[in-house]
Design a protein around this ligand. Structure first.
Ligand SMILES: *Cc1c(COP(=O)(O)O)cnc(C)c1O
Length: 472
């Protein structure tokens, strides 16, 4: 028995296995098109049950090959467009290796990963057009970013005593377009505002109806509530709608509300070519933005960002350092600002490295091109749908989301049944992954293309497969 039982007993053996595994992993990623999602075997959980005894490293490598790697979620495949799931990058492999070796805790203190996270946040801030006062923190995803941004909004509008005292019986109200992502509802529940106090503003041409918004705010004030937050959406999850951010910023300004933008995927049209880039005009006026890198910046899960126009607002919401976390001028405990003062987490992993490596190795322009290309592909899908006699779009394609029905000649119920059956059969046969969503009472096929591996032929092939199943 070695005197370091949690280190490899035989480093040269471990090294050889690890090299082989790395090669195997890279082969899989390079051949991602040959590896669609497949149904995990029924006994997989039993196979994963933790055993009592130590295993030979080589046995473990075999199990990784045969029992772990094959049962991935499918989203590295070029014909995966379900929900909104990024396709993952080769640089994630090397980045995760480097970050494992560094094992950085990015809650604070003085070490390189925090400098890198600040560089990544600063790059994003510039892309989103926020001023130099803006700051943020990398988080699991937009859901967590939303909670943090709303908490900051509440402190800003209600006052900092709310941290100690809560907002008591004061009824706070928030506003978002009908169709806002569930993350907004959850976040309001978590910060104690309650989802009943989320007003869903009707849409007018795919955007929040500004007159209706003013009316609702006035009604709530008259009823004694305190309106505090308006949530704009850059890329709604179902249909890919974009609010008019300049109009929302005007409302927020005149009514004294905080303007938050859910830009989980759509905020990245900001670095695409026209006509997509202008979809986010006015985004630069937001008080906070929540966005993801693991969707439309393609990096591996998980990684989102809570970005706030004035970093001091985030600090006023989260900073609280007990004695044992006191910063120092020199040594490991120096290195202000510490990220633990800007969000929920104290211990946090290094999420910045995979973004940094992706941007440094492929270049920002490659991301702009991939995002633009994804929008073109969604448009191509929409055009092919319209060229088919029986298919119909559920909604005009604005950026990268295409929603359609396979056979508009059927009743609503029969269309829903058909679309769901097609989605499932295409998933199970490994041909393509669409998800489904309801539009005007019909459950439709939905593609949200955040996949840098998709090519034009993939779109045509998938639609041919839909058509074949529709007439089967
Ligand atoms: C995915 C998504 C979210 C939630 O983001 P997570 O990263 O999954 O937590 C919120 N809003 C929109 C519009 C989304 O697409």
């Amino acid at each position: 028995m070695s005197d370091k039982p949690l280190d490899p007993q035989d480093w040269s053996r471990f090294r050889a296995d690890a090299h082989e595994l790395l090669d195997h992993c890279l082969d899989l990623l390079q051949g991602a098109e040959d590896r669609p999602w497949q149904h995990p075997p029924e006994d997989l959980e039993d196979r994963y049950a933790i055993g009592q005894s130590q295993q030979q490293n080589s046995d473990l490598m075999t199990r990784l090959r045969d029992e772990v790697l094959p049962y991935h979620a499918g989203n590295t495949h070029p014909k995966y467009w379900g929900w909104v799931q990024g396709s993952g990058l080769a640089t994630d492999v090397t980045a995760s290796m480097v970050s494992a070796v560094m094992n950085s805790n990015c809650g604070g203190r003085n070490h390189g990963a925090n400098y890198m996270e600040r560089a990544v946040i600063d790059w994003t801030r510039r892309k989103m057009g926020l001023p130099e006062t803006a700051f943020g923190v990398l988080v699991t995803g937009t859901s967590q970013a939303t909670v943090q941004a709303f908490a900051a909004a509440r402190v800003k509008v209600v006052g900092k005593d709310v941290r100690q005292q809560g907002h008591g019986t004061q009824r706070l109200t928030a506003y978002a377009a009908a169709g806002v992502h569930n993350a907004t509802k959850k976040a309001l529940e978590l910060i104690g505002v309650g989802s009943d106090n989320l007003r869903l503003v009707p849409l007018k041409k795919g955007q929040m109806d500004i007159d209706a918004l003013y009316t609702m705010i006035a009604e709530d004030r008259a009823a004694g509530a305190l309106p505090f937050l308006v949530v704009g959406t850059a890329g709604s999850v179902n249909l890919g709608f974009f609010d008019n951010f300049n109009a929302l910023a005007d409302v927020a300004q005149s009514e004294g509300l905080w303007l938050h933008v859910d830009g989980a995927f759509g905020a990245w049209t900001r670095i695409a070519d026209e006509p997509y880039r202008s979809l986010t005009d006015g985004l630069e006026r937001a008080d906070s933005i929540a966005l993801d890198f693991h969707k439309w910046m393609y990096v591996g899960f998980d990684c989102g960002l809570c970005l706030v126009r004035d970093g001091a607002d985030l600090r006023a919401t989260f900073a609280a350092r007990p004695d044992y976390l006191d910063g120092k001028d020199r040594g490991v405990a120096s290195g202000e600002p510490w990220f633990c003062d800007y969000g929920i987490d104290l211990s946090r992993g290094n999420r910045a490295l995979k973004i940094w490596m992706a941007l440094e190795s492929f270049g920002e322009d490659a991301f702009s091109a991939a995002i633009t290309q994804n929008c073109h592909l969604a448009k191509q899908m929409a055009q092919e749908v319209q060229a088919q006699p029986k298919m119909a779009l559920g909604q005009e394609t604005i950026s990268n989301v295409c929603v359609f029905t396979a056979d508009k000649t059927l009743s609503e119920a029969a269309q829903s049944e058909l679309n769901v059956r097609i989605a499932v059969e295409l998933q199970e046969s490994g041909q393509a992954v669409f998800s489904t969503t309801k539009v005007n009472g019909v459950e439709m096929l939905r593609a949200a293309i955040v996949n840098h591996r998709t090519r034009e032929a993939d779109i045509s092939d998938a639609l041919a497969a839909v058509s074949a199943l529709s007439s089967a």
